[in-house]
Design a protein. Structure first.
Length: 167
């Protein structure tokens, strides 16, 4: 009976760890995700970064671009730090005879809220840069987005075909 309880506690802790780590991770800047996965605004920075050479940014735009890249990197590092804090809180609670899982959940929620706020700040900075673009610069960004969407649609169609043929 005691062994079953320990196994249940271990399985619950593992599930909680996944839930707590996955939720804050989803709030991190999605800088290393697929071309357009997640919220669109989160990916505008990557689109603009990939097009930097084609955009012919003026000096003011170049400064905004550099600031945004630095802000994006800092946000990503901060997200990792937040996740480590949640993992540490979970480890500390699991070391106790009677872990307070509500405290861990609260730490995870706080981390997720903080990371989401930072993610929105980063997105808004990239949108502010985009707002300074000329029609030609916006056309470059539009073209890249259209390419990504076409690629995604192609992949989705292939997946649907594979599912319908049982392959």
């Amino acid at each position: 009976m005691e062994r079953t309880y320990r196994n249940l506690l271990a399985a619950s802790a593992a599930a909680l760890t996944l839930a707590l780590v996955a939720a804050p991770a989803s709030a991190q800047p999605a800088h290393h995700a697929g071309p357009m996965s997640g919220s669109f605004g989160d990916h505008l920075g990557r689109v603009i970064e990939s097009a930097q050479a084609q955009l012919n940014l003026n000096s003011s735009q170049q400064q905004m671009f550099a600031n945004n890249v630095a802000q994006t990197k800092a946000a990503f590092a901060g997200g990792r730090s937040q996740m480590e804090g949640v993992k540490s809180a979970l480890a500390a609670e699991l070391a106790k005879p009677e872990p307070d899982l509500a405290a861990v959940a609260a730490a995870g929620d706080a981390a997720q809220q903080q990371m989401q706020a930072v993610r929105h700040q980063v997105r808004d900075s990239w949108l502010a840069l985009y707002a300074t673009f000329t029609l030609e610069q916006k056309a470059v960004v539009k073209g890249i987005i259209q390419q990504h969407l076409a690629k995604m649609q192609s992949i989705q169609q292939k997946m649907m075909q594979n599912n319908s043929t049982g392959g």
